[in-house]
Write a protein that binds this ligand. Structure first.
Ligand code: AMP
Length: 211
């Protein structure tokens, strides 16, 4: 039995069509269910539906053999216990800093709100900018609006969320897309089964690129 961990939300919405093109279909409608574990049309494959940050953890500990997660989560929670196998080119967006539009430049220490604590630390350290990082779990824009933070580090897609809250994007930290990760231990122990599944997904991606 193989276990594939999927990231719920926007990434799931974009992953399911790709999996379908690879001939992998959940046995029931994932989005209409509150279950977290699903059988698939392939008798030897089950699917888990998790928060993105938890996908690398499941794969790292072997509770899932492979997973789909945003590059943002992989960068923040880097581990050498899995391979980043494929760039699925799904759910593309950018990880950026942002601040109130037209704010006066800040000298001295910055306060930065983000859920990407490690990446934010690295970014400001690389700029030589002293920064106190405040960890939040959602609604980062509000932290800037309410002066909890001078800047935020967050995912930007269309920029509409920033715009709606009077913020503007500043520095790019990373271009993000969803990646397929494979556990190192699983690849050794279940090489044959995994290879067949990985080939299917690789082929579906190739077909997309060709069309
Ligand atoms: P937007 O208003 O289109 O710039 O989208 C920004 C908001 O949507 C942010 O609060 C993000 O958390 C979320 N978001 C956009 N794209 C993604 C993605 N590919 N993965 C995860 N979250 C995203």
């Amino acid at each position: 039995m193989l276990t594939l961990a999927l990231t719920k939300g926007r990434i799931l919405d974009e992953t399911l069509p790709l999996l379908a093109e690879a001939g992998i279909v959940p046995a029931e409608d994932i989005r209409a269910s509150r279950k977290l574990i699903f059988a698939s049309n392939l008798p030897a494959l089950r699917l888990l539906v998790l928060r993105g940050v938890d996908v690398p953890t499941y794969v790292r500990y072997g509770a899932a053999d492979l997973g789909v997660a945003g590059k943002d989560c992989l960068l923040e929670y880097a581990s050498d216990a899995y391979y980043e196998w494929l760039d699925l080119r799904l759910a593309r967006c950018r990880l950026m800093t942002a601040a109130a539009k037209g704010r006066t430049p800040i000298t001295g220490r910055l306060r930065v709100a983000t859920k990407y604590v490690r990446l934010a630390r690295q970014h400001y350290a690389a700029k030589g900018q002293q920064a106190d990082i405040i960890q939040l779990y959602g609604g980062m824009e509000l932290a800037a609006v309410m002066n909890l933070a001078d800047e935020i580090v967050d995912i930007v897609d269309t920029g509409n969320t920033l715009e709606a809250n009077g913020l503007e994007p500043l520095d790019l930290l990373a271009d993000i897309s969803s990646r397929l990760i494979v556990g190192r231990a699983s690849l050794k122990l279940k090489h044959a089964e995994l290879s067949t599944l990985l080939e299917r997904i690789e082929q579906a991606l190739k077909d997309r690129a060709d069309s």
